[in-house]
Design a protein around this ligand. Structure first.
Ligand code: GDP
Ligand code: MN
Length: 400
């Protein structure tokens, strides 16, 4: 789960990480009064969306007077911001962060991530801050400094000083850097974050280190024990289909193909997506209905998959162990009737109560396309999707 910049800064502040004075607002009137309150001569107005690259997209703007802050906030709130990370449709800006502007002397990058190779949290820093760290890593990897943290002892002062030194932080800045690095680390550990990033961390004209931008991502599997983090979840920033799926106990992830998938079990769902790709198609989603799926749950799965306008056909692939094919079939019929589904539905059923399940499908008036196995199901689903798209695709060798 991701949270907003202002929320991350609120958390980090509690761990002694210095951030500019500021406040999040929902209206231009609030923006003006916040600017007045925090004082200063210049302010930055920052769009709060779950995306980086806002600076380049016009989502970080400087106001030189209190009234200009109001004008900028008014323009930003309610607009759609398109960044490199949002896709062409962009994100609607619901709120902005108004902060006292800082005068930047130098920009650094500071991050903490879980390195899966060492299975440890790793501190990453670079003197090349402000820009995309991926670019730096690709073109000048020697400018990325890494330090692996031993979980038994945590991040130690000497490690922080070593990293700070390597990115060119000296003198009075060293103890500040140590405090910030350790603060971010403790904040990450205390809240089960999987990633924390400050980009840029800057030296201001008054010789202070300051976190100008901050981002944190949390482990979804740990949210049950972090209610204070769960509270920060912003449903506006998430795919409504995924939110609905979570509420129904379904595992759904939107993808960009046109073959909708309803499958039981994450492994079989992955295999189904692979089979679709093997036949030259593209899955529109990953969806795992789980074990013991009731007819209602299956119908809910249809409802979610069909919200994606790109879906041309749906492939249902069930290998029932705990599940019951008759329940699945009942759910399919319910969905067909209640949701008035007209597109081709490819069904592959196997396992518990498969005969009963097939009988339910066969005696219905709906023209299901029944598949014998996974490969057959994927081939049929891709063929149907292509037919609708008007694509002519040559058969693979073994099919011809
Ligand atoms: P991002 O583009 O979404 O990562 O948003 P950031 O918060 O990192 O802002 C983008 C850039 O705007 C930063 O790299 C800074 O160069 C600049 N910026 C942000 N805040 C300030 C500020 O207070 N003063 C100045 N001079 N520049 C700022
Ligand atoms: Mn940034």
């Amino acid at each position: 789960m991701n949270i907003h910049e202002y929320q991350t800064k609120d958390l980090l502040k509690r761990y002694g990480v210095p951030v500019p004075p500021g406040q999040v607002v929902h209206t231009d009137v609030q923006a003006t009064s916040v600017a007045e309150e925090i004082g200063g001569a210049r302010w930055v107005v920052k769009a709060q969306i779950h995306s980086g690259g806002r600076g380049k997209a016009g989502g970080v703007r400087v106001g030189n007077s209190v009234s200009e802050v109001g004008v900028i906030a008014d323009e930003m709130i309610g607009s759609r911001l398109v960044t490199q990370q949002t896709g062409a449709e962009g994100r609607l800006v619901h709120r902005v962060l108004v902060e006292q502007a800082s005068t930047i002397v130098r920009e650094f990058y500071l991050g903490l991530v879980i390195d899966r190779a060492t299975r440890r949290i790793t501190l990453i820093a670079s003197s090349e801050g402000g820009v995309e760290i991926e670019e730096v890593a690709q073109h000048t990897p020697e400018r990325i400094i890494k330090e692996v943290i031993d979980p038994a002892v945590g991040l130690l002062d000497f490690q922080c000083r070593k990293v700070a030194n390597k990115i060119g932080l000296k003198g009075a800045l060293l103890p500040q850097a140590v405090k910030i690095m350790k603060g971010v680390y403790r904040c990450m550990r205390d809240h089960d974050a999987v990633m924390a990033e400050i980009n840029p961390l800057v030296i201001t004209d008054s010789g202070q280190l300051l976190a100008l931008d901050a981002k944190m991502t949390f482990d979804d599997n740990a949210l049950y024990r972090r209610p204070e983090i769960s509270e920060l979840r912003d449903f506006d920033e998430e795919d409504p289909k995924e939110v609905e799926a979570t509420a129904h106990g379904l595992n759904y992830i939107a993808l960009d193909g046109d073959v909708g998938c309803i499958v039981n079990g994450a492994g079989l769902a992955m295999a189904t997506m692979d089979a679709i790709a093997l036949h030259g198609g593209r899955p529109a989603n990953f969806l795992d209905v789980g074990g013991g799926a009731t007819p209602k749950k299956v119908a809910n799965a249809f409802h979610i998959v069909l919200q994606d306008p790109a879906v041309k056909t749906i492939l249902i692939n069930i290998f029932a162990g705990i599940n019951r094919c008759d329940w699945i079939a009942t759910g399919i019929i319910q969905a067909m009737r209640d949701q008035n589904i007209k597109m081709p539905i490819i069904v592959r059923l196997a396992g518990t109560n498969v005969e009963e399940g097939r009988a339910i499908l066969n005696t219905s008036k709906f023209p299901f396309i029944i598949a014998g196995n996974l490969d057959d199901a994927a081939a049929k689903a891709v063929a149907e999707a292509n037919k609708i798209a008007g694509k002519v695709v040559p058969l693979r060798k073994e099919q011809a």
